[in-house]
Design a protein around this ligand. Structure first.
Ligand code: NCD
Ligand code: ZN
Length: 354
């Protein structure tokens, strides 16, 4: 067995659906999936059934999380541009503000005419980042706003060559932008939708091989790999009307480790993309006793039966991967070993950054 240690990974983009849609996922199952996937800290998105746009809803969510989480969890605040008075009250309890410029799961959508005002209000209240779900042309509009307001802005799940080009250009001009890519955009393309059907539907959609090649080629400009763990039940996926999103917490690191075994990546890339940069961008303190042990030689096939996520499926089902999480430690406490969760319900910490 060939074991290596990595720092506990940080995933800044997950949807744990709690409260409101716990048939899809909940704080306990979702944080167990995180641990099994090598993550010790995750940050939860605000597009719950009742979006997290008021201090009251945020506090309710945090108190539910405290009772259920098995790893550390931070939160984002949401806005449709109509809750600017809440920013000052919520800012110390979250790690950033999330804005949705394109329609996706939930009803948190911000109209373009409210963007500038919202950016300005958040940047007045704190220096924490604004995260944006912006596809295609929206990226350009936003870069112009970031240039003007000069507040750190993270572009979630970049998937197109044209988007990454705009971000590279903005970075080179010194505009404070960062960006993330998802494992599904790195490892699947639009061709896979034919095979996966609804299980390959997410926002942004899977892109072309040309787009994907560009992401890999310019990986040095990408700051973060974010799973965008967005579980929906199998019935919802198969049912009438599309629900967008795929789970990813348990497959992201194994996919990246497999890429290392194929010489497409090096370990330092994984540390940079899944630990150092997310820690810096979202202000997460790290602890040397929070770490994971990986068995590099272990090959196995992704099987839904061994997943901890409540949704119980993966777009990577049947994939043969190499490299598996063997043990996970949080603050020196062993929380996972050989496919078993050892963490207690509620043993994770909620992250507040003042
Ligand atoms: C996400 C979800 O289901 O919450 N869906 C998705 O397709 N990615 C929302 C999002 O991140 O867009
Ligand atoms: Zn998302």
């Amino acid at each position: 067995m060939s074991l290596i240690n990595l720092p506990g990974l940080i995933d800044p983009h997950v949807h744990l659906r709690d409260p409101g849609q716990t048939e899809k996922e909940d704080f306990y199952a979702g944080t167990c999936a995180a641990i099994a996937g090598g993550y010790t800290t995750i940050i939860d998105m605000p597009n719950n059934k009742f979006p997290i746009t008021t201090l009251e809803r945020l506090e309710e969510k945090i108190s539910i999380a405290k009772r259920k989480i098995a790893c550390d969890v931070g939160f984002y605040f949401g806005s449709a541009g109509d809750n600017l008075d809440e920013f000052e009250k919520a800012k110390d309890k979250v790690l950033g503000l999330k804005l949705y410029l394109n329609q996706t799961t939930g009803n948190l959508l911000i109209f373009k005419n409210l963007l500038e005002k919202t950016f300005y209000a958040w940047s007045k209240s704190c220096s924490k980042p604004i995260l944006v779900h912006a596809e295609d042309k929206s990226v350009e509009d936003l870069i112009n706003i970031v240039k003007k307001i000069n507040t750190p802005t993270h572009f979630c799940h970049i998937s197109l060559k044209s988007e990454l080009k705009m971000i590279i250009d903005a970075k080179e001009k010194g505009i404070p932008v960062t960006c993330g890519v998802t494992p599904h955009h790195l490892f699947l393309t639009e061709k896979d939708v034919k095979i996966l059907g609804p299980f390959g539907q997410m926002k942004p959609p899977l892109s072309s091989k040309k787009d994907q090649d560009f992401l890999w080629k310019y990986l040095r400009y990408i700051d973060v790999v974010e799973s965008d763990h967005a579980p929906h039940t199998i019935d919802e996926k198969r049912g009438k009307g599309t629900v967008f999103g795929v789970p990813g917490l348990e497959t992201t690191l194994p996919l990246l480790l497999t890429a290392v075994s194929e010489n497409r990546l090096i370990f330092d890339d994984i540390i940079r993309l899944c630990h150092t940069n997310p820690s810096k961008i979202f202000g997460i303190k790290t602890d040397s006793q929070t770490k994971i042990e990986i068995d590099l030689q272990k090959s196995y096939i992704i099987n839904r039966k061994s997943l901890f996520t409540k949704c119980g499926w993966s777009p990577f089902e049947g994939w043969k991967l190499k490299g598996k999480v063997k043990r996970v430690f949080i603050r020196g406490e062993k929380v996972f070993e050989d496919e078993k969760i050892l963490a207690m319900l509620g043993s994770g910490e909620t992250i507040m950054n003042t």
